[in-house]
Ligand binder design. Sequence first.
Ligand code: NI
Length: 174
Amino acid sequence: MALLPILTAPDPRLKQKAAPVTTVDADVRRLMDDMLDTMYAAPGIGLAAPQVGVSKRVLVMDVADKGAPPHPYRMVNPEIIWVSDDDMKAEEGCLSVPQHYADVVRPAEVTVRWLDETGAEREERFSGLASVCVQHEMDHLDGILFLDHLSALKRNMILRKLTKAKRSDPGAAA
Ligand code: NI
C-alpha cells in the first residue's frame, strides 16, 4: 500500500489533458491500487490520476454507502457514450480543492465505457452520486475542475482563497 501526494489547485498539472493508456500493465494496476489507497485514506469517493501528478487517463472511485462492502471501480481510458436529457444539480467537492463545495449541474445519468484492470472492456450506466462522481473524475482527465463549472466570480474567489492558504502553509502545497 502506498499513499500518493494529492495536488491542490491552483496547479498547472491539474489543467493538463491526460494521455490515453496504451497497455493495462502491472504499472497501471499498481497506480490504480495506490490511488484507491490514497482515496480511501483521504477520505474521498473518487480520484483521477492527474490529481496525483500522473497525466494518464485513469481514475478510481467507490461510492458505496458507509458500512456497506467496498465497491471500487478501476477505470482506464473511460469514455462517456451516452448522456441523459435531464440534468441534476448536486453539491460537489474535490480532494484537489480542499474545504470548498459548490452546486454543479450535470446530466443526471451517463453510460461509461472503460477498460478494467485486466484490460477487458466494461460498460455501465450510472445515476445519482455515481453519475456525479464519474463525470467529475472524467473532467479531471481533461484538465477540468468542478470550479470550471461555476461562474468566474465564484471560481476566482475560491482560487484566491486556495492560493492564500498555500502561501501561509507551503507544506500543504505538496
Ligand atoms: Ni476532484
